[in-house]
Design a protein around this ligand. Structure first.
Ligand SMILES: [Zn+2]
Length: 196
């Protein structure tokens, strides 16, 4: 059996191979102040979770190709006709019609500004981002929603112009493949695997 589980879809069904969970031995928890009396055990657990992206899959695939995809409501009778959604929304929240997918990479490269930000010195389990993590909320011209992401270089400031960078080399196909740097950053300074 392989160390990692792998999954693909054929004929509209999940096909799964390998080990989806690994049993790891329990270890005793003992009382060092009381003759090493048994108090309990640790239960190490490791499992592979199948996370389906559904209609958002194109958003994650596009990040690996250096493109930021958004959606827009094109329904004729909707008050929100023409509204652009970033983050990517599959359906319009007003008319519930299926939105049109479009490429907003150019808008992001030319008009992105930091609306607000948060710097986190600590993180939760499985964090892979470098600390402190500079979370930023980004506004785009002509887009009424705000995107949450993180900055890889420089210090966040209100109104700072930023540009997107994409992890095209060895992408993870998750949201961390998208990051931001101040406008005017030299491409030689970008983190490993990232490009404009
Ligand atoms: Zn609509």
């Amino acid at each position: 059996m392989s160390r990692f589980a792998d999954v693909y879809v054929k004929n509209n069904k999940y096909r799964i191979n390998g080990d989806f969970h690994h049993m790891t031995p329990n270890l005793p928890i003992r009382d060092a102040d009381n003759g090493m009396k048994l108090l309990g055990v640790t239960n190490p657990r490791e499992m592979t979770y199948i996370h389906s992206y559904g209609g958002e899959a194109v958003f994650f695939e596009s990040l690996s190709q250096g493109k930021l995809m958004a959606t827009r409501c094109d329904s004729k009778n909707c008050d929100s006709k023409g509204v652009i959604y970033q983050p990517f929304r599959i359906h319009c929240p007003d008319c519930l019609g299926k939105n049109t997918i479009f490429d907003m990479t150019d808008i992001a490269k030319k008009t992105s500004k930091i609306y607000t930000f948060m710097v986190c010195e600590r993180s939760g389990a499985f964090n892979i981002l470098e600390k402190p993590i500079k979370f930023i909320n980004i506004e785009f011209e002509g887009v009424p929603t705000i995107l949450m992401s993180y900055m890889s270089l420089g210090e966040p400031k209100f109104g700072l112009k930023v540009v997107p960078i994409f992890k095209k080399q060895d992408p993870s196909y998750t949201i961390v493949d998208l990051s931001w740097v101040p406008a005017g950053t030299d491409k030689k300074d970008l983190p490993n695997g990232f490009s404009f």
